[in-house]
Design a protein around this ligand. Structure first.
Ligand SMILES: [Zn+2]
Length: 328
């Protein structure tokens, strides 16, 4: 397996930064302002400095001459003002690199499914100890779900039992997507750190199941344009949710089940759910109930990619064999 560390800092970024530097100093703008001012004002300078007043060499025209000088100066100022309006200098407080990245493209952010009559059940923060059992429950009910996995959060993704669990889930047809490496708040991270958090999970998924992810859920659902820019460069779109079971924010199992009962009976056209596979109550109590409720309402329980009508992965290839480099 090729180590893809070199892909962590895409080459496109170098050209962005060069362009940003050009935009900051922008010599053509400065020169154009200076040159026009000199072109307009130079003809009058010799007249004034050498007192060439032959054109207006009479007491009557001396006043006009003075007025003419003022008029030319005024026109020169107008010319400067015109150029200033046409080509304003960049705001020094702006962040040109971010602006240029924004123009290059932002990853899409999906909060809801688009394919009618679908529910995407998603699980964050794994892989964890209950993953294998959870996948069995999903399989036994004919449900396809999505796992947004971390590299090093509750467990290390390279632990033998986690590798086995991920392969079990993938081989069962569930979607494996990225929740980034260490569950940091990406909106608070630098450009380099965002890429680092993303590529380490990409590397792990390429080794363990042989895919490049197409979907990423930022931890805490927190993102900004820098995160979206990095995700676009890395060929991943962002997925949030429009229904939270509440398991990570203090809801009891009964409360989460109540939430599922409510959403199932309000019967929206689609639902994109948030759950966490790290809670035993979610895996063994809430999800079996949620599946029965949602299926009784006639929904198709599918992966995020299926509920959006898009490909599951950016690319798929052969999986690797574990070696000493597979460490968290
Ligand atoms: Zn999370």
């Amino acid at each position: 397996m090729v180590d893809r560390h070199s892909r962590a800092y895409p080459i496109e970024l170098i050209s962005f930064n060069i362009n940003a530097t050009k935009a900051i100093f922008s010599p053509p703008q400065i020169l154009s302002r200076i040159c026009l001012l000199r072109i307009v004002t130079l003809p009058i300078v010799p007249l004034r400095s050498k007192n060439y007043t032959f054109l207006f060499d009479s007491p009557v025209f001396r006043v006009s001459n003075m007025m003419f000088s003022h008029l030319i100066s005024f026109l020169a100022l107008l010319g400067t003002a015109h150029i200033a309006v046409a080509a304003p200098m960049p705001d020094p407080s702006a962040e040109p690199e971010i602006e240029l990245l924004r123009r290059q493209g932002l990853a899409n952010v999906y909060s809801s499914c688009t394919v009618p009559n679908t529910v995407a059940i998603t699980f964050d923060d794994g892989p964890y100890n209950y993953n294998w059992d959870l996948v069995d429950t999903l399989n036994n009910n004919g449900v396809k779900a999505t796992f947004f996995v971390n590299g090093n959060n509750w467990r290390c993704i390279y632990d033998d039992d986690m590798v086995a669990a991920l392969r079990h889930a993938y081989d069962s047809g569930h979607l494996i997507a990225s929740h980034t490496w260490a569950h940091l708040n990406l909106a608070e991270q630098s450009w380099d750190k965002i890429h680092d958090e993303m590529w380490k999970v990409e590397l792990a998924l390429s080794r363990i199941i042989g895919v490049e992810p197409a979907w990423m859920r930022p931890p805490y659902g927190s993102y900004n344009d820098l995160v979206r820019s990095a995700s676009a460069i890395r060929n991943q779109n962002l997925v949030i949710w429009d229904f939270d079971s509440g398991d990570s924010t203090g809801a009891s199992a009964d409360e989460s089940k109540g939430n599922y009962w409510n959403i199932a009976n309000s019967r929206p056209d689609t639902i994109l759910t948030l759950n966490h596979e790290t809670y035993a109550s979610t895996v063994y109590d809430v999800i079996p109930y949620a599946i029965s409720q949602l299926q009784s309402k006639g929904y198709n329980l599918v992966t995020v990619a299926e509920c959006l009508g898009q490909p599951a992965y950016h690319s798929v290839f052969g999986r690797g064999e574990k070696d000493s480099s597979w460490v968290c």
